[in-house]
Ligand binder design. Structure first.
Ligand SMILES: [Zn+2]
Length: 306
């Protein structure tokens, strides 16, 4: 769920560029010692040939197919060594594919250190962002990176090994993929459902608070034959929790749309929201930030930096 520091507003970029003689600040490559201070945890078996591996970044899914292993969200670059070791305790098969739910470093930066034969699969937007942030090897820096992009729907493999990637619209970022493991009746939601907490809406990364609830609801109503959901950072939950989370986001979006009228004080409005008892157990520490991100999402693009 981590987000890179915000890119400064345009005038600041221009002034800085002028002061530096128009040199673009270089984005440092992901560090092999960078992380969130947590360790790669013990794999949890979710169904035939499907495990969830927590810690060391976002929750990873490890899925064994006839031909090899698919990893969904391979975590920080610094966590790959431990995640690969955990996978070896489950199966001797090689990793053939890394599916990435979105471009944030705690889910995606291990792409830089994956074996070259691994194909990286993600939404086209996510692949573009991963390249921009330096999570894909540059051309000429070893063998070419194998990537496969999609723009909303992609099926991998067939029969019992079948996986479906779905991207109904922007939410946490501009290229979030949900990943359905049909055999195990499980879906990986990435950070569109990070845990029972208000989500980050990474507006600068294409996220959209105004569409967030609709994206969740499309998944909740259209995906059949799924019992459980792997969250971005929390526990594995019953699939019905995704509908409750969509309702929670609808509540927040409706509240901001109704209450944030011209001239009203944002801090006062956000603090006045009473979250109903239906969401007892939700940890609300970042509620203010999510409301602010929804507010900025609902504004015209030129007003979002304020
Ligand atoms: Zn994220």
């Amino acid at each position: 769920m981590r987000v890179r520091p915000l890119i400064p507003a345009l005038p600041v970029v221009l002034l800085t560029a002028l002061a530096l003689g128009c040199r673009q600040p270089a984005i440092p490559p992901p560090s092999l010692t960078d992380g969130d201070g947590t360790s790669v945890g013990t794999p949890e078996l979710l169904g035939p040939g499907l495990w969830m591996v927590p810690g060391g970044g976002g929750n990873s899914a490890v899925f064994e197919t006839a031909a090899g292993v698919v990893v969904v969200d391979p975590k920080f670059a610094s966590s790959w060594h431990d995640l690969a070791a955990a996978i070896r305790t489950l199966t001797p098969k090689p990793v053939t594919h890394a599916v990435v739910t979105h471009f944030h470093d705690d889910h995606a930066s291990a792409a830089l250190v994956l074996p070259p034969e691994v194909e990286i699969v993600a939404h086209e937007f996510t692949l573009r962002e991963m390249r921009a942030w330096g999570y894909l090897r540059a051309d000429g820096d070893g063998p070419p990176v194998k990537t496969r992009g999609h723009t909303g729907f992609l099926t991998l493999f067939s029969g019992a090994d079948g996986i479906t990637l779905l991207s109904p619209g922007p939410a946490h970022t501009g290229g979030d993929s949900f990943v359905v493991f049909h055999r195990a009746r499980v879906i990986h939601a990435g950070d569109v459902f990070p845990d029972t907490v208000p989500p980050i809406v990474n507006i600068e990364g294409g996220g959209d608070g105004g569409h967030f609830a609709a994206t969740l609801r499309t998944i909740a109503t259209s995906v059949k034959d799924v019992d459980r959901v792997i969250t971005g950072h929390g526990r594995v939950m019953p699939f019905a929790e995704l509908t409750r989370y969509a309702d929670f986001m609808t509540l927040l979006v409706d509240y901001v749309g109704r209450e944030m009228r011209m001239g009203r004080d944002k801090a006062q409005v956000f603090r006045a929201l009473q979250v109903p008892p239906a969401y007892a157990g939700y940890r609300l520490e970042r509620l203010f930030d999510t409301l602010d991100e929804i507010d900025r999402s609902l504004r015209p693009r030129w007003q979002r930096v304020f």
